[in-house]
Design a protein around this ligand. Structure first.
Ligand SMILES: [Fe+2]
Ligand SMILES: [Fe+2]
Length: 214
């Protein structure tokens, strides 16, 4: 493991939280596209957004389902309602993943000069997706990540870090999100990491991946 990678994965929850912040920027980009249909078409914005939709959403969902959720679930009672909540999040991953690919396909087609036969329908698709993704991220930020900060042991965090080490595309996805953000004018993410437990709030965020480290 090299030093740079080591530094980035000191706090895997911080990495997930920062990706959530940048995914909210993706939602803003999709909202701008929807608001400007059918007139303003920025090919670079469409291409970047399409790439993010094709690569980042499914990878982030896989990280949560394969690495984060299992270590949370093992701390929950068999009757805990949170087990149902996690199952619901997985269903939303599947639906959002399918919609992300459909939208990416449409953006690619339009950017290549394809006819926009029904801009209202495309706007409807976009709005349905980013509104759902915002709700999903908000719920994870309000419930799942605080729970993770509360319940996970260092071994649990290490197991998430190990998953990330074996899936280096995690960092490529983070960079891609950031590239999209920069294209629409954000040097740093305009959203804040939403949850910092008191025990970790020591005045600086040295164990949280910074905007510049990803
Ligand atoms: Fe999720
Ligand atoms: Fe998430």
């Amino acid at each position: 493991m090299n030093a740079q990678l080591d530094e980035k994965i000191i706090n895997p929850l911080g990495l997930i939280e920062l990706d959530h912040c940048w995914q909210l920027v993706l939602c803003d980009a999709l909202e701008n596209i929807a608001d400007q249909l059918p007139t303003t078409i920025d090919p670079r914005l469409y291409a970047l957004t399409s790439e993010v939709l094709k690569k980042v959403i499914s990878h982030h969902n896989m990280l949560e389902e394969e690495a984060l959720f299992p270590v949370i679930i093992k701390h929950l009672d068999a009757e805990s309602n949170l087990r149902n909540a996690v199952a619901q999040l997985k269903i939303e991953h599947e639906t959002d993943g399918e919609h992300a690919l459909e939208i990416a396909h449409e953006l690619d087609r339009i950017a290549a000069g394809g006819l926009m036969a029904n801009p209202e329908m495309i706007g409807y698709m976009l709005r349905g997706f980013f509104e759902s993704l915002r709700r999903h991220i908000n719920w994870e930020n309000q419930t799942i990540l605080p729970l993770a900060h509360e319940l996970l042991s260092q071994n649990d965090l290490n197991s998430i870090s190990n998953w990330i080490i074996h899936h280096p595309e995690t960092f490529r996805c983070s960079r891609l999100l950031k590239e999209l953000g920069r294209h629409i004018g954000h040097r740093d993410c305009p959203y804040q990491v939403p949850y910092i437990p008191k025990s970790e709030h020591s005045g600086d965020l040295k164990d949280t991946p910074s905007n510049d480290n990803i």
